[in-house]
Design a protein. Structure first.
Length: 479
């Protein structure tokens, strides 16, 4: 928390958005110059939530920005199936199906505030859906499990996580639940936060959860793909995005910065904000000259980002229950989600989200990952998954390929994983240290740099954009 305190102490706090001392922000009618005078350009690498929001704030202050995005679309890990035009085969779902972010956390959170400004129907999951929990290959609601002590042990551990004060060990060691409940623990207290229970640190997770100041209501948007909401909210800066521009090097030895893209083109800027996923940075996807300071790399190396996979599978019939929300406790699929819950009468599409070593294992199976997941569902639902998976109907009315989609985030060189998390021995301070600005020229944002307990979410990405925009403005004003 050290850096945030330092900023507050000079009087530039953040509330709903950026504010600055009136002497610096007031413009006379006959002097409509930029709010923050700056001759240079701020280059922003990555057009996910963090990059777009940082660009939006800086632009609104009159600062010139350019956003360099490696991929061919905006939104980063906010990616909706309907927007993937190269996928011609579509699910039958008449509601948006997501390949990345699918749940919004918080009505008064950073992402919640954006959603609130649109008149969109929200589906609060706690009210409209009932989760099921898998133990002994059987799926039941908590009410139906009754007084099962293993389920209770996992639920207690999860409920008490924000106040966990035990040893700095993995979630699995900290919870110490019975072998029978391990997969359930993995689903609820680790996969949900970016990896497996033997890799996520209990203390780091607890610290983050305890820092969250907004309500943490989890909800879906009924009819709008989340990627469309991002595109709409940041429409003011979309013209400043250069797609298909993968930055390979950042040279910050001179007065400004010089970036090189994959085609060898040089882009000159005064400052650069790096918002690429942690996995890209850790795997050397961008090389820095001079090399990043040891303090940056050692903090960065204390934060992890593991493989991640999202599968979307269409069935001919819902065999898991119309009002089911999540199905927790699978081993192949730690989080099965009934994507249509309360959104449609067509409840026939399941999404499967896997983080950590299991995601890598499934990814290595190629299309065999579908069989692994179906086998698990068959074991829970007496063979109904294989029986009911939807298949394309050929022109001669025979059944063709099974209808499913995958987003292999871990394999994608622009992401290299799903979301950042803190392993044992790391703390939120490492996220702060990692994102410390370098020489007033190189800045970091993105969910992995969030210090408000929201890392690993869109909220974290948006929080980091507010923080980095303030840092950039301060570096200009106090140069
Ligand atoms: C499967 C999955 C499910 C999730 N579920 C939820 C959820 O339900 N709720 C929630 O709040 N969050 C969820 N998250 C997390 C959330 O999506 C992310 O935290 C958030 O979108 C990250 O935003 P960002 O701007 O930090 O990074 P990103 O969105 O990853 O944006 C970074 C951008 O940088 C680009 N890039 C990479 N390398 C380069 C380069 N060299 N040059 C130029 N550009 C580059 C990438 O293409 C990308 O567009 C989920 C994530 C995944 C993967």
């Amino acid at each position: 928390m050290k850096r945030r305190k330092a900023i507050k102490s000079i009087g530039l706090g953040l509330t709903a958005g950026l504010w600055f001392p009136s002497a610096l922000t007031s413009c006379k009618k006959d002097d409509p110059g930029p709010e923050v005078p700056y001759d240079g350009v701020v280059a922003i690498i990555g057009a996910g939530a963090a990059g777009l929001y940082a660009a939006d704030i800086l632009s609104s202050k009159g600062i010139k920005v350019v956003i360099l995005e490696a991929g061919n679309q905006l939104g980063g890990r906010v990616r909706s199936l309907r927007n993937q035009h190269e996928i011609t085969l579509q699910t039958l779902a008449d509601y948006p199906v997501e390949l990345g972010t699918e749940v919004v956390y918080g009505i008064n959170s950073a992402w919640g505030n954006i959603i609130r400004n649109y008149n969109l129907t929200k589906i609060p999951l706690a009210v409209t859906a009932t989760d099921q929990f898998v133990l002994d290959s059987e799926a039941r609601t908590a009410a139906d499990w009754g007084t099962d002590s293993d389920l209770a042990a996992v639920q207690d551990f999860v409920a008490n996580l924000p106040t966990y004060s035990g040893a700095d060990v993995s979630v699995q060691q900290a919870a110490g639940v019975s072998t029978r409940a391990n997969a359930l623990l993995n689903s609820l207290a680790a996969n949900r936060f970016g990896s497996s229970a033997d890799r996520v640190g209990a203390k780091g997770l607890a610290e983050a959860l305890s820092l969250i100041e907004h309500d943490n209501t989890a909800y879906l948007i009924k009819t709008n793909p989340l990627q469309d909401i991002i595109n709409s909210r940041f429409s003011g800066v979309l013209g400043k995005v250069k797609l298909n521009t993968q930055i390979k090097t950042i040279n910050y030895a001179g007065e400004g910065v010089i970036l090189t893209d994959q085609a060898g083109n040089l882009i000159e800027a005064g400052k650069v904000i790096v918002t690429v996923p942690l996995g890209v940075l850790k795997s050397g996807g961008i090389s820095f000259s001079p090399a990043l300071p040891a303090a940056t790399t050692s903090a960065m190396n204390k934060i992890n980002m593991d493989h991640c996979l999202r599968l979307v599978i269409d069935f001919k019939r819902n065999f898991w229950g119309d009002s089911t929300g999540y199905l927790w406790g699978g081993t192949e699929g730690p989080a099965y989600f009934n994507t249509g819950v309360s959104r449609s009468q067509f409840y026939r599409t399941l999404s499967v989200t896997v983080h950590g070593p299991k995601a890598k294992e499934l990814s290595d199976l190629g299309d065999g990952m579908l069989d692994a997941v179906l086998a698990e569902l068959d074991a829970i639902f007496d063979g109904l998954a294989t029986l009911y998976i939807r298949k394309i109907l050929n022109s001669d009315f025979t059944e063709g390929d099974r209808v499913w989609f995958k987003a292999d985030w871990g394999k994608d060189e622009f992401f290299k994983g799903g979301m950042s998390y803190l392993p044992p021995g790391s703390s939120v301070q490492d996220r702060i240290n990692f994102s410390a600005p370098i020489n007033g020229k190189v800045f970091f944002a993105g969910e992995a740099t969030d210090s408000k307990g929201d890392a690993g979410t869109v909220n974290g990405a948006l929080n980091s954009a507010e923080r980095v925009a303030e840092e950039v403005v301060l570096s200009i004003l106090f140069a």
